[in-house]
Design a protein around this ligand. Structure first.
Ligand code: SF4
Ligand code: SF4
Length: 64
């Protein structure tokens, strides 16, 4: 399972990359990209300041 990044929203700030415990999301060419080793911890989904990351397993997820 993994998360998906909405590239049109992502600002490339790098917050998700820094906090990911699995090194599963990286900023490349100014946009975050998620990889298959994501453990779906949800940390990046909550931390993204512009809500550009969605959990594929829970598309109804809402940031609180
Ligand atoms: S935290 Fe959000 S805006 Fe920042 S690089 Fe990651 S996906 Fe893009
Ligand atoms: S959900 Fe967790 S493991 Fe997956 S990319 Fe985000 S921070 Fe990394």
């Amino acid at each position: 399972m993994a998360v998906s990044v909405i590239e049109s929203i992502c600002t490339g700030c790098g917050i998700c990359e820094k906090l990911c415990p699995a090194d599963a999301i990286r900023v490349e060419e100014g946009k975050a990209r998620a990889y298959d080793n994501c453990i779906t911890c949800g940390a990046c989904v909550k931390a993204c300041p512009v809500c550009a990351i969605r959990n594929k397993a829970a598309l109804s997820y809402r940031r609180v």
